[in-house]
Design a protein around this ligand. Sequence first.
Ligand SMILES: O=C(O)c1cc(=O)[nH]c(=O)n1[C@@H]1O[C@H](COP(=O)(O)O)[C@@H](O)[C@H]1O
Length: 292
Amino acid sequence: MSAVETFGSRLGAAILQRGRLCVGIDPHSYLLEQWGLADTAAGAREFSLRVLDAAAGHAAAVKPQIAFYERFGAAGYTVLEEVLVAAKQRELLSIADVKRGDVGTSVQAYGDAWLRPGSPLESDAMTISVFQGFGSIVHPLQYTIDSGKGLFLLAATSNPEARDIQRARVGPEGVTVAAHIVNEAQGWNERNRAVHPTEQGDIGSVGVVLGATLDLEEYGVSIAAQRKPALPVLAPGFGHQGAALSDAVRLFGSLTRATLVSESRSVLSAGPGAVASAVRERAELVKREVAL
Ligand SMILES: O=C(O)c1cc(=O)[nH]c(=O)n1[C@@H]1O[C@H](COP(=O)(O)O)[C@@H](O)[C@H]1O
């Protein structure tokens, strides 16, 4: 039996304490300009630290999108390292929005980079692509057991261009790709529940990304069944992409239980002077509207 506190358990505690808002940290060029900051690694650093201060105590998690740092090369990665440490100091769960995926030792190296305790880029969880097969992520999955880390598998993403691929039917039962990925995540959580003390087994550590802009039934994803352990869901699409918080429970049904409402631009566009109040307002609204 593992003594490690699971990601699912930490996620549950964070939701209970601070609600289910996840603030996306996306230092777009246009936002840096709007904030009066240079479009440089130093600008992204200033931006990110201010967002972290705004999120502290009000959001369950933050989700830095690594592409916005990667565009500054090594300097961007140095900033990202600092941002991830600063998130931890503020007791915010960090979800590295990496969206990487590969096979064998390559995907193992991604897991080592983002989930290995002591790694310079250590995060609490990462987004990951499993379009090369659930079996391809066996190494990153091990971090959920050994080190209390989390994964969010891309399943039904918020962008409309993904519809054809993610709704395509696969396997002998002809389930959609999205539903297949959801089932794999749920199955993993069920199989590994016993590895952890039972009080930690309420929420799984392997979650999925489901866009709030979608009709999940259309993607073949059932929102009716109460599954145990609860499936973590990272739900982007609220705010800037048009999904309304008031629709969240209708959209996610029983999956709302362990859902993180992820918003980036709707909060970040408030600017440096108003970002703190924007986070607080959004967090309050999420608590009121997305209650199960
Ligand atoms: O994994 C994600 O966070 C993600 C998945 C998805 O299906 N759609 C999606 O927009 N995102 C991310 O969410 C952020 C955009 O959020 P908004 O600015 O709130 O629209 C970007 O960092 C995207 O990469």
